[in-house]
Unconditional design. Structure first.
Length: 99
């Protein structure tokens, strides 16, 4: 079983690397560690021939989003995900307004 977010399992990354689940211990939060680690991961991906890096976070996780943007990422889409029993519904809205 993959640990990758189920929404991203359907995507062909091509020249991109996907950064999975990230967590910062509460005692280290607010010290700039998360953006630094993301920057280093991107350097590693570049050495592996990846031209882009993708990462996701909950829209409500403002601390994570701040760290991701501080590391140089930009928001390209917002997604809604609803799971009812065995049914899954996705809606992706690109920042340029396309769905």
């Amino acid at each position: 079983m993959s640990r990758i977010d189920p929404v991203f399992q359907r995507i062909n990354y091509g020249d991109a690397g996907y950064i999975e689940l990230c967590y910062t211990d509460p005692s280290y939060r607010g010290k700039g560690i998360f953006p630094y680690v993301l920057f280093e991961i991107c350097n590693f991906l570049k050495q592996q021939g990846k031209l882009r890096a993708l990462i996701s976070s909950k829209i409500t996780n403002l601390q994570s989003r701040r760290g991701i943007i501080k590391a140089g990422f930009s928001v390209i889409a917002e997604m809604s995900y609803l799971k009812l029993l065995f049914l899954k519904f996705y809606k992706v809205k690109n920042i340029d307004g396309r769905e």
